[in-house]
Design a protein around this ligand. Structure first.
Ligand code: KIV
Ligand code: ZN
Length: 523
């Protein structure tokens, strides 16, 4: 579809910023780079890469993404403080096209209880922040946090102030997911009419999903004139998440009769992008999730199956191949060569350096000794866990793990390398994984709390790989961990060790000390 700028919806992806704020979502720089590259291939207009002033680690991630030379605009978030705005600019400026996204709350409840500021002070902050950002960058977005609970006349004043100071995008967030579609459409229309910003200014919308209305509210705002939608892959995000990118994009495409608008995205990349984000974030996609869930195109009822066989349009409003869910899985085996291997991992959304690719190929060949057929899921799990996870500096590596089960409690013996030598310990527990986790805690003299634990098979077959995800916490630091192996116990042990390594990386980035074990109660 040939579309003018007025008919085009810009997709602003905030998976790496708002999405990453979801529980336990601490992606490392290698993982964020993979996601950013895939978002670039998908064709999103803007990638919000992070919040550079939040920590040196966040700054480094945004800077690394900015240096990738992607076609998408790279944005960073910043409060209205001078140091935030300067840090944001420093982090995004290497990108050929970059944006400073600054925000402040405009609702009475936020101004009074969070900011402790009068409305006049907030207006002064907006003028200051947007003017400074415009001195540094041509592309500046202003967001009025909690816009949907703000008073309309004040909100219009806030947006006018931002537009006068040079903002090129004005964003209307439903921060707490409180809006309903009809009301929000009216609200956005009134803002757009009332602000009457110059023609080059784009109105944007950013909806949270607390009432399950984020996508509906975003589309209502589009009806009112918004031409940028902020969203995340798989709807990832704080609390109930953000508007789901794939749902917005496919609603615009499937119902172009209704909207007459299009995003420029390559929708056949939606499925691989969703799988990549789900695997790297450790947050699984429910099977009934629209567009990207495992059952989104599965027809169970006999009457439906009959209809679909006669003519797919009887029950299918989109074709699975339109979203990259063709279901034809290429299975690789020990005779597959480098070329087939490389093109398959690229189709799965991974872009590896030549060195990573060689290592991955060697691991794949090793896996073929244990498994006749290596599926897409096996391959993606292998890359995510063996290549991306090892890109962080590991304090510990797993040297040996053996478990004994049978009558009575299980017994685990663990050996870890710590760069200076080997440390070993043993413990009993309620099953082999519990015993192994207790042995690791003893060996490292640290008691990370296990907040979440999940083991998943990469296929329905008994020769499947086991993929474990955990979320650990210690000393106020939370980190995810992942592990994969044909042996499920080993996958669980690897995940715990990986979580511990990530806890150390995050703790040192934050300058905090992980809580030491006070007394040994894991006997
Ligand atoms: O939800 C929100 O209000 C935000 C803003 C910072 C855009 O994420
Ligand atoms: Zn948000």
């Amino acid at each position: 579809m040939d579309m003018s700028a007025k008919d085009r919806i810009r997709i602003f992806d905030t998976t790496l910023r708002d999405g990453e704020q979801a529980a336990g979502g601490n992606l490392n720089v290698a993982e964020k780079l993979q996601i950013a590259r895939q978002l670039g291939k998908l064709g999103v207009d803007v990638i919000e890469a992070g919040f550079p002033a939040a920590s040196p680690g966040d700054f480094a991630c945004v800077d690394a993404i900015a240096r990738e030379g992607l076609d998408s605009i790279i944005a960073g978030l910043s409060r209205t403080r001078e140091e935030d705005i300067r840090a944001c600019h420093a982090a995004v400026k290497a990108a050929p096209r970059h944006r400073i996204h600054t925000f402040i709350a405009t609702s009475p409840i936020h101004m009074q209880h969070k900011l402790n500021m009068t409305p006049d002070e907030v207006l002064r902050e907006i003028r200051f922040a947007v003017s400074l950002a415009r001195e540094l960058a041509e592309d500046v977005e202003f967001s009025a946090e909690d816009a949907s609970r703000s008073e309309l006349p004040f909100l219009i004043q806030a947006f006018r102030t931002a537009a006068e100071a040079g903002a090129t995008t004005l964003n209307i967030p439903d921060t707490v997911g409180y809006a309903t579609p009809e009301e929000f459409q009216e609200f956005c229309r009134s803002i757009i009419e009332g602000t009457a910003a110059p023609d080059n200014v784009v109105y944007s919308v950013h909806c949270h999903n607390d009432l399950g209305l984020a996508v509906a509210n975003s589309l209502a705002a589009v009806h009112a004139g918004a031409r940028q939608v902020e969203c995340t892959v798989n709807g990832l995000g704080e609390r109930a998440g953000n508007a789901s990118l794939e749902e917005i994009v496919m609603a615009l495409k499937t119902r172009s009769d209704r909207y007459g608008l299009a995003s420029g995205l390559d929708t056949t990349k939606l499925h691989p992008t969703s799988a990549l984000v789900s695997r790297l974030s450790g947050i699984h996609v429910p099977p009934n999730k629209a567009i990207v869930g495992a059952n989104a195109f599965a027809h169970q009822a006999g009457i439906h199956q009959h209809g679909v066989m006669a003519n797919p349009l009887t029950y299918e409003i989109m074709k699975p191949e339109d979203v990259g869910a063709s279901g034809t899985e290429l299975v690789l085996g020990k005779h597959s060569g480098r070329h087939a291997f490389r093109s398959r991992i690229e189709e799965l959304g991974y872009v590896l350096t030549p060195d990573q690719s060689e290592r991955a190929f060697a691991l794949f060949k090793k896996l073929c000794d244990n498994k006749k057929n290596v599926s897409d899921e096996d391959l993606a799990a292998l890359i995510a866990d063996e290549i991306l996870l090892t890109s962080i500096e590991n304090l510990y590596d797993l040297k040996h793990c053996s478990v004994k089960t049978g009558e009575g409690p299980a017994l685990a013996v663990i050996t870890l390398g710590n760069g200076q030598g080997d440390i070993s310990d043993a413990a009993t527990g309620n099953g082999p994984i519990d015993a192994a986790y207790r042995a690791i805690r003893r060996a490292i003299d640290l008691e990370p709390e296990l907040l979440s634990f999940n083991i998943k098979a990469t296929s329905d077959r008994s020769d499947s790989l086991g993929e474990t995800t955990v979320i650990l916490r210690s000393g106020g630091v939370t980190a995810p961990g992942r592990g994969v192996s044909t042996d499920v116990i080993e996958s669980a042990v690897k995940a715990f060790v990986n979580g511990v390594n990530r806890l150390h990386v995050l703790a040192s980035a934050k300058g905090v000390e992980l809580g030491k074990k006070s007394e040994n109660h894991y006997e």
